[in-house]
Design a protein around this ligand. Structure first.
Ligand code: NAD
Length: 413
């Protein structure tokens, strides 16, 4: 079967869930396409004097429930189709966790690996200025994603503020000294743990001693590993772009985080055995956590997955074909729009704090995050049980129903 594009994959999940809801046919074209797609040229003067010209995108999928919200990704694969797919995922995600945002995503088709900090800064500022007319505190609020971080958000905030005046709420995921929220950096990984804990509790399991394999050791993967190990789980495998490491007795997560922060291979950790990213997906574990790229579990390797549950920390790590194979093989999947929604919930907390100019303590941030993530898991599980469907179909159904109601009330159709 020809591989679907990332956007077609999201829309296939949309269609499955919309059928369960018996959704009004008029809403399909409105909810399966983006409201606005902006593609811009981003010329970057390199340190050696050469000019690099790259393509940047901001896609605003649906704003019925609030300002557009979604991260900015720097990656060679971040083309218009991928950004479009990720923007629509954000619409269903923000609706599922019931935060007052729509869905958007941005990206630059670039390999940032070879760029200096000064080149990254020039690229970020140029991109921000090129899309600034569609951004704003009540219009569209970017955040970090793959290969972007708090520093990139600081540059975006400064570029936007140079036109609009000091506007910290125009982006989230900022450094703490610039209006960032204590707890935001860890929120996506920590949110994954809250969802996994709710899943474990429902299945009469404990996180104590549960065996976890994590692909990707950036913001999401490393914070997830840190938090889950803190609850007694055994991280038996971890990897990043350079490959991974395996130890059935459990790896030292603190040492892995130190290696990742230093840009060193995770396999340098004492006691572990090196493994490839493909081998990690097939390793013996209870919980498999893809936390890097999309489309890593496909129809070619789904049968090799030996975990009891796949927790989708990354966006779209499982293709629709693999999703069916996993279900047939009795492997549960906790879908991305639920599993990794802690990031956008944390961004919502940061945005509200910026608007109110009142900073919460991290303990309040984490408590409110746990409440929202646990409630979203429970609602998803109950909906899945009621309709006899997968957790992915249930999560989409909840999100679609909320967006469809808002779209109808606002007169979109
Ligand atoms: P990041 O850039 O901080 O880290 C990415 C990690 O993946 C790095 O360890 C990198 O080495 C690894 N990686 C890259 N290519 C790989 C490959 N081919 N094989 C194995 N590992 C590879 O990114 P992040 O912010 O942690 O995002 C990871 C995923 O989580 C993405 O899918 C992103 O969309 C999703 N996500 C992120 C957030 C957030 O708040 N940052 C929120 C929701 C979802």
């Amino acid at each position: 079967m020809p591989q679907r594009s990332a956007h077609e994959a999201v829309n296939s999940y949309f269609t499955d869930a919309a059928r369960i809801l018996d959704l009004d046919a008029e809403l399909y074209p409105v909810l399966t396409s983006a409201y606005r797609e902006l593609a811009v040229q981003v010329p970057v003067r390199l340190d050696d004097g050469d000019l690099l010209v790259v393509r940047g995108y901001r896609v605003q999928h649906n704003g019925a429930r609030g300002p557009y919200k979604g991260g900015i990704r720097y990656h060679p694969d971040a083309d218009l189709d991928e950004v479009r797919a990720l923007a629509s995922l954000m619409t269903w995600k923000t609706a599922l966790v019931n935060v007052p945002f729509g869905g958007a995503k941005g990206g630059i088709e670039v390999d940032p690996g070879g760029l200096s900090a000064a080149e990254l800064e020039r690229m970020t500022r140029r991109f921000t200025m090129a899309i600034s007319h569609v951004l704003g505190v009540y219009r569209d609020i970017p955040a970090p994603d793959m290969n972007t971080n708090a520093q990139v958000m600081a540059w975006m905030m400064d570029a936007f503020s140079s036109k609009a005046g000091y506007t910290p709420a125009c982006v989230t995921g900022k450094p703490l000294d610039l209006g960032g929220a204590p707890g935001r950096e860890a929120a996506t990984g920590r949110g994954c743990v809250f969802v996994l804990a709710a899943w474990a509790e429902h299945h009469g399991r404990s996180l104590e001693g549960i065996r976890v394999a994590v692909q990707g050791f950036g913001n999401v993967g490393s914070w997830f590993a840190h938090e889950v190990a803190g609850r007694g789980a055994r991280v038996v495998a971890a990897s990043d772009l350079q490959g991974g490491v395996h130890d059935p007795d459990g790896l030292d997560v603190g040492a892995l985080r130190d290696l990742a922060a230093a840009g060193r291979p995770l396999s340098e950790i004492p006691g572990g055995v090196a493994l490839t990213n493909d081998e990690l997906l097939a390793c013996e574990c209870d919980v498999l956590v893809p936390a890097a790229l999309g489309e890593v579990i496909t129809e070619d390797n789904a049968a090799a997955v030996r975990a009891e549950v796949v927790l989708e920390a990354a966006n779209q790590p499982v293709t629709p074909e693999a999703d069916k194979l996993l279900a047939d093989g009795g492997v549960a999947v906790i879908p991305d729009i639920l599993a990794n929604a802690g990031g956008v919930v944390g961004s919502y907390f940061e945005w509200t704090q910026n608007i109110q100019q009142f900073t919460w303590k991290e303990s309040r941030f984490n408590r409110e995050l746990e409440d929202i993530m646990t409630a979203a898991y429970t609602a998803t599980r109950e909906t899945a049980e009621r309709h006899g469907c997968s957790m992915r179909q249930a999560a989409y159904a909840i999100g679609i129903e909320r967006v469809a109601n808002a779209a109808r009330m606002r007169g979109y159709v």
